[in-house]
Design a protein around this ligand. Sequence first.
Ligand SMILES: Cc1ncc(COP(=O)(O)O)c(C=O)c1O
Length: 349
Amino acid sequence: MYLDRLKAFKSYKTETTPCKIKLSSNENPFGLPQWLKEKIAEKVKDIPFNRYPDPNYTELKEVIADFYKVDRENIVLGNGSDELIHLLITVVGDKNQPVMYPVPTFPMYQVSADIIARPKVEFPLDEEFNLQKEKIDEALNKKPALCFYASPNNPTGNLFDENLIRYTADKGVFTAVDEAYIDFADTEGFVEEALNRENVVVIRTMSKIGLAGIRLGVLITDRETATLLDRVRPPFNITYPTVEIAKVVLTEGKQEIKKQIDTIKEEREKTVKQVSQIPEVKVFPSQANFFLIKVPDGDKVHKLLIQEGVLVRNMSHLPGMEGCLRVSVGKPEENQGFVEALKKVMARL
Ligand SMILES: Cc1ncc(COP(=O)(O)O)c(C=O)c1O
């Protein structure tokens, strides 16, 4: 009775079929090198597990501020960026004012809005998954308080037109630019604007650059907005182990992360080129650590790829994404395995 409202809810779904080659969750495929793990182990062993971590996360924020070239006062930390998305949806504007976002996009904007029963304005991207000004205008007519733009977008992989992101903010809507995949893109992103405009924030995450397991998201904004948002985040939302691990990886492991990102970008270009030569497969250009393909029968190709030991994310059930599969960039041998498997499957269709 008390939770009847939740009976219609579907939880966030991920692909869990066990497969030899897992290219379904946009993770960094490499993992941390042994020497770095040993440094982490040294730190973790000395954690006072009976104690709460620093409630202000001062040292961790210093390290992250240095990593992103901002000040500690510009940062709000989340237990993954999912928590920051939920926080914004909970506190920005009036709860009766809608949240706007283009579709297809990252599903958590919709999930979080539904959890607190906040109205949503979803507006379509065009056929190549770009923003359309007239659709933004139609959405703005519904008087939204908050807008999310994932750029590069998940699941499509493309960057959005920066001028249209600015346009939305210029109209007075609190604009959250979700830059989960920006490390793989050839652009600086919106950090500079987030620091200087009161209604623009940037959301980043450690999940895509190699630390999905520790759950650490970062919101970057001007000092006043950061102070206010920090007031309402759950206390101790970042665990002690996460603090210690992030501190080591973002300092001593910085070069390693950079190297891995460069390899992922090279592998993306190489794999996209190979896949685009397979007949009847369309590949969309990507600025992320994954890319989207379109095939004649998405469900069937997804199933046959699993039989070949390759797991990708089936997107073909989403509106505007018929036949689309999202493929994360893996290690070189995994990408090669995927290309071979896709060739085989397409030949059998
Ligand atoms: C666009 C986008 N934002 C946020 C997230 C969530 O990241 P986190 O692991 O930091 O919660 C994802 C995860 O896939 C994503 O694709």
